[in-house]
Ligand binder design. Sequence first.
Ligand code: DGY
Length: 323
Amino acid sequence: MSNVSLKPRLWITRRLSDATLERAVRDYDVVINHDDLPGTAEQLIAASAEFDAIIPCHSEHFSAEVVAQFSDRLKIIANHSVGVDHCNLPALQGRGIAVTNTPDVLSDATAELAMLLMLGAARHAVAGDKIVRTGAWDSWSPAFMVGKQVTGARLGIIGMGRVGRAFATKARGFDMEIHYYNRSQLPADQAKGATYHDRVESLLEVSDFLSLHCPATLDTTNLMNADRFGLLPMGAVIVNTARGVLIDEDAMLAALGTGRIAAAGLDCFQVEPGGNPAFAAHNNIFMLPHIGSATRQTRDAMGFRALDNLDAFFAGKLPGDLL
Ligand code: DGY
């Protein structure tokens, strides 16, 4: 009897949830990167000759240059992420490599984090925590750390896909007046009373709070630039749980300087990991390290969704999340 495995060979580039890894080990001939460091270009190129499939995260970059050096063995990249800006889709598809992502399952976790960032930015979470934690809290006054009220305020959402809609649902719990910009207007059962803007500019004019939920593409790079910050009402709060490239970070600092924006809540940065060191001096920037989808439940769901896509592919079916 041959001892050659008939299971497809799968490389898992990062430390996924235990339940995901158990299922992967059961169903595939798996190599797991237990070091949990991002896969380098060299590793990705080598993997394309050794594996039929890869489950990467947004930390692995499939640029056109990398993909051009791939061998013909690799058949599918089943991303463990909803965002696929780390994948050059035309290059991968041009090589006949299937690409999938994990939509839906992380919408609530990401929307929860956007809510945390919005509330924390609006109510001085960084400065408040710091003053108590360092023992510097030695007085109180009604004029102390007065923030911006979320309840009843106008919320602008750019990108009313699954995460944007999940955030709108949570914001309705705060009686926010919801406005949105999207490539197309949503049907009434999805808009749920939110006001559609067919131009980003008109949305910004009514956004006391602004939350970004669109993908990173060439069109959305530096979406929030100096001109657009200038259109926000004075003292607006901006939240970004989507991708760092959506915000021109120098323009955002300038807008904080003039008071055009009062605060920002950011889970994403132009440079990741690391973030923008210039932000550290600003207590009105509430920051988290790209953990929007990082709940136990969601990590399992993302891993299982990636495996569902692989299972379908290797069963000769169309993966549910084929891009
Ligand atoms: C996503 O799924 O795109 C999140 O940013 C985590 O990678």
